[in-house]
Design a binder for this molecule. Sequence first.
Ligand code: GLY
Length: 331
Amino acid sequence: MCFKKKIKLYFSDSPGALKRRLRSYKQVFVVYDENLAPWLPKLNLEGKRAFSIVATEENKNIKTAYEVCKWLLEQGADRDAVVVAVGGGVTTDIAGFAAGIYKRGIRYANVPTSLVGQVDAGIGGKTGVNVSSFKNMIGLIKQPEFTWICPALLETLPEKDFLSGSAELLKTFILEDRTAYEEAVDLLSASNRKPDAYGKLIEEAARIKARVVGKDEKENGLRRVLNLGHTYGHAIEWYQHVHGEEAPLTHGEAVAVGIIKAAGLSEKRGYAAAGLEAKLRDDFHRCGLPVDCPCPEEALEEAVSKDKKAEGGKINFVFIEKIGKVRIAKL
Ligand code: GLY
C-alpha cells in the first residue's frame, strides 16, 4: 500500500505577506540566522519573539539545538507553539530538529532564504545536526507545517550561494523536466538573476521536490533520486574538509561536479547515449558552475569505496538516462 504525505508549500512575491500566513498560530517563535538581522524587519514579524543563531556547519550541533530548546522553555512555549525557521539550510535543519525534540515535538514552519533552501533543503522534513565533522548524524524526518517560499528574499544572496542553489535547481530538473532544465540553463547563462525571472522555476523545482517526498517520505525508494550528484559531491566536500582547503567548493558546486561524474558513469554503463556528459559540461560551464574534479580522482574513489563498504559492498547510485529521466542502480 502506498501512503502519500501532503507536503505544504506556499509561494509569495512579498516578504511582508508572511505575517498573514502566521495569523492563525497563537504562539509563534522565530529562530533566524543572525546574518539576516538587518533585513528581518522586511518580514513584518514585529511583536514575535525571536532567537538568532550562528548558522554555520560548525555550529550545527546538538549544543545549538539545545540552546534553541532552552530559549523556547524560557519563553514559555507550549505544545501548541510553532517555531518559524528563517534562514538557509543550516538554520532550517537546526530549528526543525529543535522543534522536533522540544516537549517531544512541536510544530515548525520553514522560511528558506537561500536558493538551496527554497528548492531543496527547506522542503521535505529532513532536520538534524552534525556530530563533529559527520553531517546530519542526529536528526529526524519531521514535516514542517508548511514551507513559505518568497523568491524576493534572494535578492541579496551572495553570488556563490546563488550558484550553489543553481546546481540543486538544475539537478531537480534533470530528474524529470527537460523543458524547465533548458529554460534554467538559458536564464543562468544569461546572468539574469532577478528573482522575478526565477520565480516560476523555483516554484516548479519546489513542487517536484514536494511531489517526490510526498511519495516516499522516509527515503525507501523514490526519494533517493534527489541524491543525484551527491555521492561524488559529498566525497569532494569530505576531501576538501579533511585537507583544510581554503576556498572549498560550496555544497551545490560539489554536487554539480558529482552530476558530471554521474553522467560519465551513465554513459560507460550504457544507460545514457554518448554525449550526455559533454552536454552537461557545456551547460554547467555556461552557468558558471565547476565541472572538473578539484581533487585527485583516486582520493574520491577511495571515499566512495568507504561508503560502499559501510553500506555492505554496493551503494544505490543515481544514474542519468537522459535529461528528465534517471535510474537508480547499484554502484
Ligand atoms: N536533499 C535531499 C532530500 O531531501 O532527500
